[in-house]
Design a binder for this molecule. Structure first.
Ligand code: CA
Length: 692
């Protein structure tokens, strides 16, 4: 009887299907449940509705704007769970959107003092949230980890993960493993001690903490691993924190039950200050494998012993199984700042290969057995003459996620070529500022020379590309040059597509095998965030956060001249046949250049130059050459009047826009020196408008 009824239903369905009156079975929803899509963090999607054949028909399905206090950058990966998109934007704000329509369901503002931007090296960005058990987890810039109710956006619990008295920040995405949510922190340039913490998903209780650099030996070491690490340090490093922050990448292998963390650079950068006498300084610039249940150390692989170039190992790590020399290997792949593409055995930490993926000059090669670099003697810079290093502190590849396609076997990497002049301050003169920028670099001499010819030469050495890297053949398979060095993260799909946005605001799809551009759209602001894709209601969507960000504390202002500043902070979502229109933005306008005459004595200008390159350049650009996002001071009316200028710097006049108040850091005389320096730079530009 039952069988007969079933057959009848099938027959009716067949007739209806043939008549076109019922839709074919709708494919199940597939979200983007975690930062890297899966614990291996491949950012490779199996969705196949968007193909090279129809990608030309992509159109905007919807867009949604962040409610940003000011237009600062967006770097986030939105996640999609049960048809809802959770996205984080500037100032650690979170929005929940209907993933089909972009309708805003709720928003969350962690609400903190704007002055905290003072200790955020690289913009007030947030790279993403995590989801588990009906909760959305966000790491807040001021060091909090907040669990939000996924339905309402209301906080369920809050954990203070850092010492509020120290200059820690959080910009990275939390990860969830089992019943634990993991979070690192940043601040190596501000002299903090790095670590990663695990909290209980439901209660917010601290489960464990793993420090990545040793603390004061007099206080005892937390575990055997950190006692071992302490043997590789000299002097009184703990007074300066040591750095080694875990500010971005993690990955997890469920089968091996290993958590991988990427550890950052040394703080201060100059090893003569940090660890006089040298040493490897573990676990700086290392990948460390931990047991996620306990935080116990399993193995480490150090990429840059005794780092002094801001060469972090915090860049994206991807887990894959590759056949190398006829043997199937469980590997971990990383293209860190230092310019080598590493393939590591993720079970043991054993080195498999390391190959330059961009030009580099700090090392002459790697030991084929251990992967230990042969460091070029001239790269161990001192205070006498600069080392023009490749890569720069921005890295051959920054935080922007890569993507690994098991179909092509390629890793797609957004690369950057930027030289940098490293030069130490006389170590004896190093003055530790617990609130400030402590790299041990000479602030007056790390700035790029003001000579326009030299600047043009250096600019000529800069570039950026999207490359396809074969990790087995160890070579570049294709390369698409980019208009500027700082561009977006990457997504690849099963149909052979690679999606990426660039710093000029172009969002494009490329053929994964050849690199041929198949489609693109212009989205009004530069893009650095990585795209995601998901399927809801039977339709595949591709989304990307738009709004150029990640202000760089580097002497590369004019390399970024083509960057389109964050005129919007927006999620834009595409689908095949999407018909929505983005609102038209007014044309980009430049403030007029009308500085007062440069009459200050040269000593005052020189003092201003030094102070500017300690306190101001991270946001306002090297040599006051602005690179988007914040006002170009040379064109600011505020420089004409000492009282107005002082109101901005010492009285918090721009605090609502996120500019820190420097009243605890600078004197009125120093502020006047900064003003004298900026006036001089404005007059330089007026005299030679060909300058950037
Ligand atoms: Ca750093």
């Amino acid at each position: 009887m039952k069988k007969k009824a079933g057959a009848a239903i099938v027959a009716v369905m067949a007739v209806a299907l043939a008549a076109g009156t019922v839709p074919a079975k709708r494919p199940a929803d597939i979200g983007w449940p975690s930062y890297g899509l899966n614990p291996a963090e491949t950012r490779y999607s199996s969705l196949d509705q968007i193909t090279p054949a129809n990608v030309g028909q992509l159109g905007v399905a919807w867009y949604a704007d962040f409610d940003a206090r000011s237009l600062r950058g967006v770097e986030g990966t939105p996640i999609v769970v049960d048809g809802v998109m959770y996205a984080s934007g500037p100032w650690s704000k979170v929005i929940a959107l209907d993933a089909r329509t972009g309708r805003k369901l709720w928003s969350y503002d962690p609400d903190f003092e704007g002055g905290i931007a003072r200790r955020a090296c690289c913009d007030v960005v947030n790279r993403g949230v995590a989801y588990a058990n009906g909760k959305v987890f966000v790491g807040v810039l001021d060091g909090r980890l907040v669990a939000l109710d996924a339905r309402t956006g209301k906080p369920v619990w809050t954990a203070v993960t850092t010492d509020p008295g120290k200059s820690y920040t959080i910009t990275g995405a939390p990860r969830v493993i089992g019943n634990k949510v993991l979070i690192g922190n940043g601040g190596a340039e501000y002299a903090v001690r790095g670590y990663v913490s695990a909290y209980d998903v439901d209660s917010g209780k601290l489960a464990w903490r793993f420090y990545t650099v040793p603390g004061d030996p007099a206080k005892g070491f937390e575990n055997k691993a950190i006692a071992m690490a302490a043997k590789t340090w000299r002097g009184e490093w703990w007074k300066y924190g040591g750095g080694g922050t875990v500010w971005d990448s993690m990955a997890y292998d469920p089968e091996l039950d290993l958590l991988y963390i990427g550890v950052g650079n040394g703080g201060p950068w100059d090893i003569k200050v940090r660890s006089p006498g040298g040493g490897d300084n573990l676990f700086l610039s290392s990948i460390v494998a931990l047991k996620p249940e306990t935080g116990d150390y399993v193995w480490h692989f150090q990429e840059v012993p005794g780092d002094q170039w801001d060469y972090t190992a915090t860049q994206h790590m991807i887990l894959a199984d590759l056949t190398i020399d006829g043997r199937l290997r469980k590997v971990l792949m990383q293209a860190p700042k230092n310019g080598y593409f590493y393939v590591i055995d993720r079970q043991t930490g054993q080195f498999i290969s390391g190959t330059p993926y961009v030009p580099l000059n700090w090392s002459k090669g790697l030991d084929p057995r251990t992967g230990r670099p042969d460091i070029a003697p001239e790269a161990r810079y001192g205070s006498e003459k600069p080392f023009i290093g490749l890569p720069s502190p921005a890295g051959g590849h920054g935080w922007q996620p890569m993507s690994y396609s098991p179909k092509t076997g390629y890793v797609y990497i957004p690369t950057a070529e930027i030289p940098y002049g490293y030069i130490a301050e006389d170590a004896a003169k190093f003055h530790y500022d617990p609130r400030g920028w402590n790299t041990g670099q000479d602030p007056a001499r790390t700035a790029m020379p003001e000579d326009p010819k030299i600047r043009a030469q250096i600019r000529g050495m800069m570039g950026g590309a999207l490359i396809a890297w074969d990790p087995v053949a160890r070579r570049k398979m294709w390369s698409v040059p980019m208009p500027m060095p700082w561009n977006g993260g990457v997504l690849s799909t099963a149909t052979g597509l690679v999606f990426q946005g660039n710093g000029e605001g172009e969002f494009a799809a490329y053929d994964a095998t050849t690199g041929r551009k198949l489609w693109s759209a212009h989205l009004d602001s530069g893009i650095v965030a990585p795209p995601v894709t998901y399927r809801v209601g039977g339709v595949q969507y591709v989304s990307v956060a738009v709004g150029w960000g990640g202000i760089l504390p580097l002497n590369m202002g004019e390399a970024l001249k083509k960057a389109v500043p964050p005129r919007v902070n927006r999620i834009v979502t595409f689908r095949i046949g999407g018909q929505a229109a983005l609102p038209k933005l007014p044309p980009l306008e430049r403030a007029p250049l009308d500085p007062p005459p440069a009459t200050a004595p040269p000593e005052q200008v020189a003092e201003g130059h030094r102070i500017f390159h300690t306190n101001c350049w991270m946001c306002h650009g090297d040599s006051a050459v602005n690179h988007g996002g914040v006002p170009d001071l040379r064109r600011s009316a505020a420089i004409a009047d000492p009282a107005t200028f002082k109101a901005f710097v010492l009285e918090g006049a721009a605090e609502p826009l996120g500019m820190p108040n420097f009243s605890k850091d600078l004197t009125p005389g120093q502020v006047e020196a900064i003003r004298a320096y900026v006036i001089k730079r404005a007059n330089d530009l007026k005299a030679d408008p060909s300058q950037p």
